[in-house]
Design a protein around this ligand. Structure first.
Ligand code: ZN
Length: 463
């Protein structure tokens, strides 16, 4: 019996994860993410999927990041009638992420209309609207607990296992009677991170599709990074400035709160005000408290003792824009966590405007900064940058903490692969081509798979 596997995203690029498995009369999609990055890739979101959405029976969603779930409303609008299977935490995160994404699409289209209306340029429709996102939620409803098999038909069963990447994230094992096991890694997590568990291991895949975001390097160790982070805060408070932390709203913002609370408990946090100034970050923090099934031992123990790992004296959640603006009056001893993570939008921009020119303040980067973003320009220590059309000198201290990544590095990926004894076909996706090519060499050297492929976009394989 043969199966077909085709790649409709995260191939030739890192974003837009979307893989199609056809076996035993079923068409099973794994993830349906948004392409992000430059215009050429973003335009792909409007184009054909490379398959007929009406023919898909199931969508297995590995986690709620936009580059894994962000095209679901498009899939539904184009006729998808199947069921979406994911963990319940992933459903909660995907709801927040898709509503936020729909808002951004609507605002972008409105912005375009305002700029071009008078010039007679045709209108640009949003990729999807809030209504489309709401329609998409109707297809969720089959929730998979970790390690609990879900039967799709008489021949196919799927099991979601903890990927240790973000809350609810999973890799998926698909067992096909008469063929064997196909494993999709989704995004695999780093080890030793707070809140969620470390990634668990797969159980003998015949065909494995693995991500390779950081397949060519190893991360700095987390303890060193936490120390660097604490020292940067102390130094800034001693200078009498503010600390800005541009952060992703999902997972990273909560990890930062977790560490700050730990510093507070250990009496290592100077007297200061901490602001989580991100409406999405606040929503995700609230929903994390509702998913104890995802916690690691340390976090579970805190909750058992009725201690909240995301709360400590001096912390404020600023929901409204007014509350956010009031932070501008604070000139020292403020730690401000705000989005967006790469400073391309969101509230972090007005905090940068008020602090970047001040030598006593600091910006602590705790996540990846893509080329071309404001965050990257600051990390590269450009002397001045443009914020809201105004030039701003970069006088603040800039720190880049490298060890907080939510992705597995080379060592973890190799270790994870070693738990699949005889891989017949290994597919490397979700990485820069050079990084995947160097990982391919590494896997070859270790004789870990018979055939190794780096698929191109829309490439199909019969196995
Ligand atoms: Zn992810």
């Amino acid at each position: 019996m043969a199966i077909q596997l085709s790649f409709h995203g995260a191939a030739d690029t890192v974003t837009g994860s979307c893989h199609l498995l056809q076996a035993e009369g079923l068409k099973i999609l794994v993830d349906c993410g948004l392409f992000q990055g430059d215009r050429q890739w973003e335009e792909r979101n409007q184009q054909d999927f490379g398959f007929d959405p009406r023919s898909i029976d199931y969508l297995l969603l590995t986690h709620g990041h936009l580059d894994h779930c962000g095209r679901i409303p498009v899939l539904v609008r184009k006729g998808f009638k199947g069921k979406i299977v994911c963990t319940s935490a992933t459903y909660d995160i995907a709801k927040i992420v898709l509503m936020d994404s729909a808002h951004i699409q609507e605002e972008d289209a409105e912005q375009w209309r305002k700029i071009h209306a008078r010039k007679g340029v045709p209108q640009r429709e949003p990729l999807y609207t809030t209504m489309d996102a709401l329609d998409a939620f109707q297809h969720f409803g089959t929730f998979a607990g970790y390690e609990q098999p879900v039967r799709l038909n008489g021949k196919i069963e799927v099991t979601f296992k903890d990927a240790g990447h973000i809350l609810g994230a999973a890799f998926v094992e698909v067992v096909i009677k008469g063929f064997g096991k196909v494993i999709f890694s989704g995004d695999l997590g780093n080890r030793g991170k707070p809140i969620i568990k470390d990634p668990c291991f797969p159980d003998g895949g015949d065909v494995v599709v693995i991500e390779g975001t950081y397949a060519d390097r190893n991360h700095k160790n987390i303890e060193t990074s936490v120390d660097e982070f604490r020292k940067a805060i102390l130094d800034t408070c001693q200078r009498g400035g503010n600390v800005l932390i541009p952060s992703f709203a999902i997972e990273r913002a909560q990890e930062i709160l977790f560490y700050l609370r730990e510093f507070y408990e250990q009496k290592k946090l100077p007297a200061c005000h901490v602001y989580l100034d991100s409406p999405m970050g606040i929503r995700v923090t609230d929903l994390m408290r509702r998913h104890p099934e995802c916690f690691d031992e340390e976090t579970a123990r805190l909750f058992e003792k009725e201690e909240d790992p995301f709360d400590f004296p001096g912390l404020q959640f600023t929901k409204t824009q007014e509350a956010s603006r009031q932070i501008n009056a604070v000139k020292s001893h403020a730690i401000i966590i705000a989005g967006s993570g790469m400073c391309t939008g969101g509230r972090i921009k007005h905090h940068l405007k008020h602090n970047l020119w001040r030598e006593e303040s600091s910006v602590i980067f705790v996540g990846y900064q893509a080329e071309g973003t404001l965050g990257r320009k600051i990390v590269d220590r450009e002397k001045q940058v443009t914020i809201f059309g105004e030039t701003c000198r970069v006088n603040a201290q800039i720190h880049t903490i490298g060890g907080f990544s939510s992705h597995a590095d080379k060592e973890i990926l190799i270790d994870w692969l070693q738990h699949n004894k005889e891989i017949r076909h290994l597919f490397l996706v979700h990485g820069e081509r050079d990084s995947l090519a160097s990982f391919q060499e590494e896997v070859k050297k270790r004789n870990m798979a018979k055939d190794i492929h780096i698929p191109h976009l829309n490439e199909k394989f019969s196995l």
